[in-house]
Ligand binder design. Structure first.
Ligand code: NAD
Length: 484
């Protein structure tokens, strides 16, 4: 916006330095470790040997555990932890425009969406878990005369969090807020291609009142820093959001090291089912949002659409018009009126274009879109395929772009989300119960609520984020038996 200035040079400088090596400890900028600069020359993404990875992480390992044992963990009250999380929420809110602009630069997000979804959602999540911090209780259990047992929900210790690039700040909040409310310290690694908002947030950590070493942002590549976190013997739990392939690697690294606890929020290929009794206007509006929001780079994107025969033609006509309308509003994410921005990177652009090519080669019909938008940047037209069949790559694999098929439902390795449109409540509920997915939206799409659990079945992951359920994944239960 006109009234906003940001020192982009500083951001790039910080980003560039820290992409490979940098370290914020408790909000203080610590000189990038000399050895790791040598180990990881700028832009190097070569796979490091195990000992190199461990060297990279060595300087901060003891501090994190020390912080857990001495200043956070079981030493703080829930009220104090909640206060720091609430203060962090307040500080982000005070810098709302700056965080919004940084998130737009980070990902290519439409400015208004970055503001109302990403940054505001981050503030909401931090506040929500700030409220939970002093409400984490165990139970007393009757075990017989003159006996008593009770449970405590204790933090794991040091939690490593690894997050993707599609909602960098939101994903960060979904990880740190419940983990820290429960008393864990956190070492969080943002995606190497979207470091900016996490770094800005690290600037606020001291001011928010987190003791040094309790909340740490470490940038780096997945194959170096991510791998080091996953296999580190001093990290007690890894919370990961990203692709199913990386989730597999992390689970293996955890299994091969200290068997640390692992929760995974992975990919999806979510069906949207539109029955002939649906309110079509609403179904089209929500399906468009549910598929093309964030340029399709959403893990719950309703990317396989099944339309009952009686309304197929009408749905397709209006859904196509909606996609074309979006195509006309494609452009600079900072310009007012823009509703569809670029994809996040050249790699992602190439990936999405290759899926479009594959869909065509396998015999699907591009009903609308299917091309690059303009001649520069990573813009892809909102795309709808028809005549797609279950075996095709575009029907089976996650594209993570504004591209889709209209075909049958339930045949997928994923089980993240589903969307149903019907005015028949009984039918909608029956189908909701029958679908193999961790989330079902009825007559709406992708409306994330901070107090409702979020996560997937099958190869879309395990564990849940958000709501009270996330707290269970950041604590371990201790049973104490007493002979009175
Ligand atoms: P990605 O798996 O490539 O990377 C995610 C993170 O893992 C990055 O920080 C990366 O550096 C790190 N990483 C990569 N290799 C690693 C390794 N060997 N060890 C440890 N860490 C490693 O995913 P992406 O391309 O950043 O994000 C897109 C994916 O994320 C999609 O599949 C999408 O569905 C998924 N996603 C899921 C959810 C959810 O809640 N289920 C939410 C958002 C995104």
């Amino acid at each position: 916006p006109d009234n906003f200035t940001y020192n982009f040079d500083t951001a790039v400088y910080k980003g560039a330095v820290t992409i490979n090596t940098g370290l914020f400890i408790g909000g203080e900028w610590v000189d990038p470790i000399e050895e790791s600069v040598t180990l990881l020359p700028e832009k190097s993404s070569r796979r490091l040997r195990v000992e190199e990875r461990l060297m990279l992480i060595e300087p901060f390992k003891l501090r994190k555990r020390h912080a857990y044992k001495t200043t956070w963990g079981l030493k703080t009250t829930g009220r104090e932890r909640g206060k720091a999380l609430a203060k962090l929420a307040y500080l982000i809110e005070q810098n709302l425009d700056e965080f919004t602009a940084l998130e737009s630069l980070n990902v290519g997000k439409v400015y208004a969406n970055a503001k109302h979804v990403d940054v505001t959602g981050t503030v909401t999540a931090l506040r929500y878990y700030a409220g939970w911090a002093d409400k984490i209780h165990g139970k007393t259990i009757e075990t017989g005369e003159n006996k008593l047992a009770y449970t405590r929900h204790e933090p794991y210790g040091v939690v490593g969090s690894i997050i993707p690039w599609n909602f960098p700040l939101n994903m960060l909040a979904w990880k740190i807020a419940p983990a820290m409310a429960c008393g864990n310290t956190v070492v969080l690694k943002p995606s190497e291609i979207t470091p900016l908002t996490a770094l800005r947030l690290a600037d606020l950590v001291n001011e928010a009142g987190f003791p040094p070493g309790t909340l740490n942002i470490v940038n780096g590549y997945g194959s170096s820093v991510g791998q080091a976190i996953s296999e580190h013997m001093q990290i007690d739990k890894v919370a990961f959001t990203g692709s199913t392939l990386t989730g597999r690697r992390i689970m293996k690294a955890a299994g091969d090291s200290n068997l640390k606890a692992v929760t995974l929020e992975l990919g999806g290929k979510s069906p949207t089912i539109i029955f002939d009794d649906a309110d079509l206007e609403q179904a089209i509006k929500w399906t468009c949002m549910g598929l093309f929001f964030n340029m399709g780079q959403v893990c719950t994107a309703g990317s396989r659409i099944f339309v009952q025969e009686g309304v197929y033609d009408k749905f397709l006509e209006h859904f196509t018009a909606a996609a074309k309308g979006l195509a006309e509003k494609t452009g600079d994410p900072f310009a007012s009126g823009t509703q569809h921005g670029p994809l996040v990177s050249q790699t992602q652009f190439d990936r999405v274009m290759s899926y479009i090519k594959s869909g065509k080669e396998e015999g699907a019909t591009v009903h609308t879109g299917g091309e690059r938008h303009g001649d520069k940047g990573f813009f892809v037209q909102p795309t709808i395929f028809t005549d797609a069949h279950p075996g095709m790559k575009i029907v089976q694999e996650e594209i993570f772009g504004p591209v889709e098929v209209i075909e049958q439902a339930n045949d997928t390795i994923y089980g993240l989300a589903s969307h149903i449109f019907s005015e028949n409540t009984g039918r909608a509920i029956r189908v909701a119960h029958a679908l193999e997915s961790g989330m079902v939206w009825v007559n709406c799409a992708n409306t994330v609520e901070v107090n409702v659990p979020f996560g997937g079945y099958k190869q879309s992951g395990n564990g849940r984020e958000l709501g009270e359920y996330a707290l269970e994944t950041y604590t371990q239960v201790k049973a104490v038996h007493i002979n009175i």
